[in-house]
Design a protein around this ligand. Sequence first.
Ligand code: DI6
Ligand code: FE
Length: 402
Amino acid sequence: MILTHATLATMSAEAESGGYGLIPDAAVVVDGARIAWVGPMADLPDAYRSHLEHDCAGRLVTPGLIDCHTHAVFAGHRAVEFELRLKGASYEEIARAGGGILSTVTATRAASEEELLARALPRIDQLIASGATTIEVKSGYGLTIADELKMLRAARRIGQARPVTVKTTHLAAHAIPPEYKGRATAYIDEVALPSLRQAHAEGLVDAVDAFCEGIAFSVEELRPLFTEARALGLPVKLHAEQLSDLGGAAFAAGQGALSADHLEYLSAEGIAAMARAGTVAVILPGAFYTLRESQLPPIAALRAAGVPMAVATDLNPGSSPMASLTLAMNMACTLFRLTPEEALLGTTAHAARALGLTDQGRIAAGLRADLCVWDADHPAELSYRIGATVLHKRIYGGRLDA
Ligand code: DI6
Ligand code: FE
């Protein structure tokens, strides 16, 4: 297949025309699941001219979008908690009173793997409709060995049920369940570590995450988990500095983490450690917006330090019930002052890096043919619109969506 007359945003660093890597009136040749050739129409080799042609008529073509941070598998909802917060209760107060994440844990434990999958798919369909071709999905609402495995199995099945690549993340260290209240270390030893080993043995884990926060785990409590992850050859990442500064980002960077996520309370030392380690900063404006936070992540300092920034939905029932990557990009620009170029890098090249993926997130020969054709002619349009879906067509692994 060949896409012709595209306004191409390759997001390739090598491109001379800035971060978008724009090529006007371009062609993309797709061979099987891979990109075979990219360049201006005028340079298209004759050999490709006989391929099945899709005329983009000047439309913008970008890499398929990547949501590198979601909690898309869960049961129940938290609309009542949303009401409570609007009446003055804080996210942390609700969590400490046994609501918050733990109310989703109760609902998720009661649901079957089948039900979890069935509830996740409409959310995944919304992400796909916003341009996603790869979605990371975390566990973390089971908090028993069996329920964490159940969540990860449901997450894996998403990739069989829909044309999307799913990267699974073990997040048993998301909260301390009531039966372990005040015994974080015992929870790590008796649930988080054994569930990680079992899930890894079943091939259910692509990475390991944890929530480093006053209402969750400290760096010292998490150290054995990250040590085990590394021993198993699994990459690590961390929810860090979302509600307070516990030094999580510097710890994660020191462990060679792919990413540190949230980062509203990130310190200068945390930024320096991330820059040294090449750890991606995953910016999650949906949670900031939903919790009506006022502490902004240090975007200018991250930019100055050369830390790559990714943007994700954090799709979850509590702090970010948002299922659109383009809305996340809009919020990243309006709330956090990312440029539209940074926002698009954040859901393409930098999001790929946050997941350790080297064959997607850019448009170049040899990479996976995951592409979005948009009813737009400039890449800033993707961040500029609020809640509108301008996706025209999506190509996943070289196949055009029906
Ligand atoms: N931070 C978040 O924003 C999500 N998890 C986390 O550690 C929220 C999860 C939830 O409230 O259900
Ligand atoms: Fe999260």
